[in-house]
Write a protein that binds this ligand. Sequence first.
Ligand SMILES: [Zn+2]
Length: 356
Amino acid sequence: MCSGEEDRVDKFVAMATAKVEVDLRLSDYAPRSQLKVASHPILRPRFPVIDYHNHLDAQSPMELLKIMDACGVERIVNITMRTGEAAIESLERFQRCAPDRFAFIGWMDWDGIERSDFVQLSLDRIERLVEHGACGIKFWKDLGLTVRDGSGALLRIDDERFAPIFEKAAELGIPVMFHTADPDAFFDPIDRYNERYEELAAHPDWGFSGSPVPKSELLEQRNRVFARHPKTTFVGAHLAESSEDLRSVAGLLDRHPNLYVDISARVAELGRQPYTARKFFLKYADRILFGTDLLPDVEMYRLYYRFLETDDEYFEYPSHASRQGRWNIYGIHLPPNVLTKVYRDNALKLLDAAGR
Ligand SMILES: [Zn+2]
């Protein structure tokens, strides 16, 4: 190399180290993929589908039936977010219209938590819901994070006072669904390192980085309940809230034979780890429930089917308008014997046990 040239920056090094700071607003950035790969939209699922996790209080049953018929959804489990008489009204509105197309999970009602007879009150409420057709009861993430008892103390999920509620569920044959905690990123600060920054910016109330109870502690409290009530069937909503770490979900399913998980609102997570996810589905095919937790819509359902049935690469995941993160997903092409369990058979087992 002749002298002089050494002083100049090497062209290749310059190219490889070039960096730029841009002022484009994140909200305005909308890149379009140039990838050209095979695409296999699935218009109807290979087997009839039961959506085990949705919220239909605001929906019209007749309109829903059109959507369901258009994309092969046999039944939707409506997890009401209402309590008391409003819950019964919501339930009856769907049962009057098409009892065989809708099922119903009740919402744990914390009203009256300060009363000394609160547990008995809850047992009566749950019995009443079941008399009206409910096939489960759901405990939401407010338990452990925000619900306080009469003395103002934060309630623990494994508070032993609630044991009779879980025993009652076993007696009635209904599963208890837990949505405990949230994705890992929701417990991190909402900053430039947070992979769900835009979603959290749209829903600041979903951020728990200031929570006095860390996520790991919330999950441990919940898991203690699974262990304490082996005769009760539990459903861990959203892959038991550990979809970023399927090894831990596998461990949970191994330790608790009374546990099922639903995949609702977690296709974004599953579809970015397709090899791991596929192995997980093959191994735990008997314990996974199809669910969406998204506004019912034909195209939304079709994205779920495409994820589960095809080996398509790098396509959009079904999501709320706020999206979950800036990535795309890959299909996991499940075999028919697994699909039929996840789409329908596992949910039917739980619905049959509850007499629905
Ligand atoms: Zn939900």
